[in-house]
Design a protein. Structure first.
Length: 544
């Protein structure tokens, strides 16, 4: 019922705007869309009561508490509108170009325990004509208020910035690019894909979400949402986040407040490496590691007292993660639980602050949980194997893949082995990925029978290198590219060029101490892993 007015104004066989959608986020979201319609304005939308409560702000938001901007309340919009940017075609209501100028989470200023309590409080404030909330966006941060006015019409409100540490007299609207695509309104309008939309549904039908598509028996492989890939010059050079003296430091990252304690604790006692150094590394490497962690559930491998102390796996973060941390539900032992999902540098640092030395993401994203983005061949040596034998096995694996015209991308495990990734583009199931990896692993074993094994049981491998294809299964995790490992020397899992895999390569070439300059020099060798992916059917037909 809340969306009746919204639907009455639109013809969904002519406009790319979403019909509905339902929140699955642990917190309340907001979006601000810059909209070049008949008049330029900013659409200010707050998730509340299952929809996006919306205001049109002609002059846009301000970070200056002295400025009060008019905000006209308009019809509720569906939840999925938070992801919409593009061109609304001529002849349709609101025709013009839309970009996502800002997005993030928000919450009432009063303390509440649950999302449900937050919505109840905010709706009460809405109906009383005075909303007060804190925003955690890319551009808008800190406390704001929406206050209903009198004498300008019943839909007239004022958007006001509270005086806090984020307040500023500078014009925030000069930051004119989308926080999602990086495009200005002009570039979005010039994009032929955005401007020339054709309907793929009837006026009354909802477009299916990625989650719906995954659950179908027959998957349309071209329908999977693309991964945002890093460019060649991934990430700007960041300075260390934490100073070298204070034992406890509080700072804001991505709009979220984080408190770091016991920063001089030795995580690597023999080397003298501290928790502070680990946190600074993850902050500085975040532009490079994020593409391989974002939107992926994470199993925390925690070492709260360093690599020589006791460790444990921490999967359910329901009771421990702050409200702003994204979560993904699962059920175990008859209970509803939640994995942590990485969204930004702040969530990485929250994990590292909990003693999670390494980052262990799923092979698939929450949008397509049954469809991995890559297939992995894990070369795992025994104690009796040399690293030169691992190198030889990797090169034979490359040889097998090249014969099938398959491009693959290697990295050090950061421990004793090597990982080889094959891009799949989220087009195949875990079973299909594992089957393909088994074909490759079996051929490698056939070419190196004296030194490799594909036996799962350790006692059956007889001291040979395990060519592991079983990592290609739901919820399995491996150390991410650029992840630190809880190993002597604080080694890092480093993407490599194939020509680097030769006699003389050693694990300790890449550590938390020396990795960052090498990463910046290499740009990101692993980018193709997030790409289109192989044509598995064509390859298997060729093998047959």
């Amino acid at each position: 019922m809340a969306l009746e007015k919204y639907k009455e104004k639109r013809s969904f066989d002519k406009t790319p705007e979403p019909v509905g959608g339902k929140s699955s986020e642990p917190g309340l979201v907001f979006v601000i869309q810059k909209h070049a319609a008949s008049h330029l304005h900013y659409d200010f939308r707050l998730e509340m009561g299952g929809v996006l409560k919306s205001w049109a702000v002609p002059k846009g938001p301000s970070m200056d508490p002295a400025i009060k901007h008019l905000a006209m309340m308009v019809e509720d919009h569906p939840y999925d509108y938070k992801d919409f940017e593009g061109v609304i075609p001529e002849g349709n209501y609101g025709a013009g170009t839309v970009i996502i100028w800002d997005q993030g989470t928000y919450q009432p200023l009063e303390k509440v325990k649950t999302k449900k309590e937050a919505e109840k409080l905010l709706l009460k404030q809405l109906y009383s004509g005075s909303l007060k909330f804190s925003m955690h966006g890319k551009k808008l941060k800190g406390e704001f208020a929406l206050v209903k006015t009198h004498g300008r019409g019943e839909n007239s409100w004022l958007l006001i910035k509270h005086r806090d540490k984020y307040a500023s007299e500078s014009d925030i609207t000069k930051k004119d690019k989308s926080v999602v695509s990086g495009k200005t309104l002009e570039k979005m309008a010039a994009d032929p894909k955005a401007a020339k939309w054709k309907s793929n549904r009837s006026a009354s039908g909802n477009r299916k979400t990625a989650a719906n598509k995954v659950s179908e028996v027959s998957i349309k492989k071209e329908s999977v949402s693309p991964i945002k890939r890093p460019t060649k010059n991934t990430g700007k050079k960041l300075k260390p986040l934490l100073n070298q003296t204070d034992e406890m430091q509080e700072t804001s990252v991505d709009g979220h407040s984080l408190t770091f304690k016991h920063l001089s604790k030795l995580y690597w006692p023999k080397e003298g490496f501290t928790k502070r150094q680990l946190l600074n590394y993850y902050y500085e490497v975040s532009p490079f590691i994020l593409p391989y962690l974002r939107n992926r559930p994470q199993s925390l491998n925690r070492f709260p007292n360093g690599i020589e102390g006791e460790s444990f796996y921490h999967k359910d973060v329901t009771a421990t993660a702050p409200d702003w941390v994204k979560q993904f539900p699962y059920r175990a032992n008859g209970e509803n639980k939640n994995f942590l999902v990485v969204e930004d540098a702040a969530s990485i640092l929250w994990m590292a602050n909990m003693g999670a030395i390494e980052m262990n993401p799923w092979n698939s994203r929450i949008q397509t949980p049954d469809l991995p983005d890559w297939c992995i061949i894990d070369l795992d040596p025994s104690d009796s194997n040399t690293f030169n034998e691992v190198i030889k096995t990797a090169l034979v694996t490359k040889e097998v893949l090249e014969e099938l015209n398959v491009n693959a991308y290697p990295k050090t495990s950061g421990s004793t082995g090597l990982h080889i990734y094959i891009p799949l583009g989220a087009k195949y199931t875990y079973d299909e990925s594992q089957m393909f990896a088994q074909i490759i692993a079996t051929e490698v074993r056939n070419r190196l029978p004296s030194s490799t094994s594909i036996e799962r049981m350790t006692n059956k491998r007889k001291g040979k290198i395990y060519v592991d294809f079983l990592q290609n299964r739901p919820k399995a995790t491996l150390a991410a590219p650029y992840s630190v490992r809880p190993k002597p020397g604080a080694t890092v899992s480093m993407p490599l060029r194939w020509e680097e895999i030769k006699k003389g390569l050693k694990m300790n070439q890449f550590t938390m101490q020396n990795a960052l300059p090498q990463i910046r020099e290499r740009a990101d060798l692993f980018t193709p892993v997030l790409g289109k992916g192989i044509d598995m059917e064509k390859i298997i037909k060729a093998i047959k």
